[in-house]
Design a protein. Structure first.
Length: 290
């Protein structure tokens, strides 16, 4: 491997359990530098610093939020992303088929097999795997960090149950080719998986130059359970039966607007509010895969 590697490590990943893996990582990687993120946003700053120092293979050691910060530090430079999955769910690592063990993930990085994948954006902020407008972003916003730390992914279910009783927002989506759609909750996928090994977007490919959208007209517990079960079974869905409940689309770019401010999440972290423009640069991001 000819590249100059720098590792960006997030001790707060996996509900702060990742911090216990730092010494193991030091032993494993020898004299490869490890920069420890000190606060939310610092992984992005440390990535920018590393690139300025001449490192051209930046390894995100953390979960999806850490990867998101690292790629946002690339700023259009020709660098390669490596991943050591140390997060709670690690959806992007699952999508790439990366091994979960630290040792195997590091061995994969040293082998240096590179894949070029699409690099999506929401306004000026990049993401790698998924985004959401409406329910899931609000859930992330409202579920307290301490509850997440204690209960893990289960904590979100309580917030979902609470939010389903509230009035649902009204989203207007304008696709690149001009057609308009409306609904209350939008899920966006660069790859197939969302929230775990659930193929919510069975037709999505990381390198097809398109974003996949799933727009729910109205969300209820029945609708959520139905689609979750289907995605769990590998994306078995019935086009006819889904009509009215959900609209699926694929597009290179689209705009989401709403009368009220609706929250937006990127790669599982709260990002901001509507309006938001989504776009995708085809095969722009280089990432190491098995
Ligand atoms: N030193 C730090 N202290 C607190 N938070 C941090 C620190 N460094 C980074 N963060 C934040 O930690 C959050 C969680 O990180 P990450 O998403 O990587 O882990 P995770 O939630 O366990 O994984 P996943 O999203 O794959 O389930 C990110 O939003 C990131 O901004």
């Amino acid at each position: 491997m000819q590249n100059k590697i720098c590792i960006i490590f997030n001790p707060a990943a996996r509900g702060e359990k990742a911090k216990h893996l730092l010494s193991k990582l030091y032993t494993l990687v020898g004299d490869v530098p490890i920069k420890v993120s000190q606060y939310p946003g610092d992984a992005e700053a440390k990535t920018e610093w590393a690139i300025e120092q001449g490192y051209d293979l930046i390894v995100a050691a953390g979960g999806d939020g850490t990867i998101n910060e690292v790629v946002n530090g690339f700023n259009g430079r020709e660098v390669i992303l490596g991943v050591i999955p140390l997060g709670t769910i690690n959806v992007f690592a699952m999508e790439l088929g990366l091994p979960r063990s630290i040792e195997k993930a590091w061995a994969t990085i040293l082998q240096g097999n590179i894949r070029a994948i699409d690099f999506p954006k929401a306004n000026d902020q990049h993401f790698v795997q998924l985004a959401g407008v409406g329910l899931d972003a609000k859930v992330l916003q409202l579920t307290h960090w301490n509850v997440r730390k204690t209960l893990g992914p289960l904590s979100y279910l309580f917030t979902v149950a609470y939010l389903l009783k509230e009035t649902q927002p009204s989203l207007q989506i304008t696709l690149e080719e001009g057609s308009r759609l409306s609904g209350s909750f939008l899920l966006i996928g660069n790859g197939r998986y969302y929230g775990g090994p659930f193929a919510v977007f069975p037709k999505a490919r990381l390198d097809d130059g398109l974003l996949d959208g799933y727009l729910f007209s109205r969300v209820s517990s029945t609708v959520l359970i139905k689609y979750w079960l289907r995605s769990f079974m590998g994306g078995l869905y019935d086009e006819e039966e889904s009509e009215g409940e959900v609209i699926r689309f694929q597009s290179r770019s689209f705009v989401v607007q709403s009368k009220e401010e609706v929250p937006v999440e990127l790669d599982g972290d709260f990002y901001g509010h509507t309006p938001v423009s989504f776009s995708c640069e085809p095969q722009k991001l280089k990432v190491i895969v098995p």
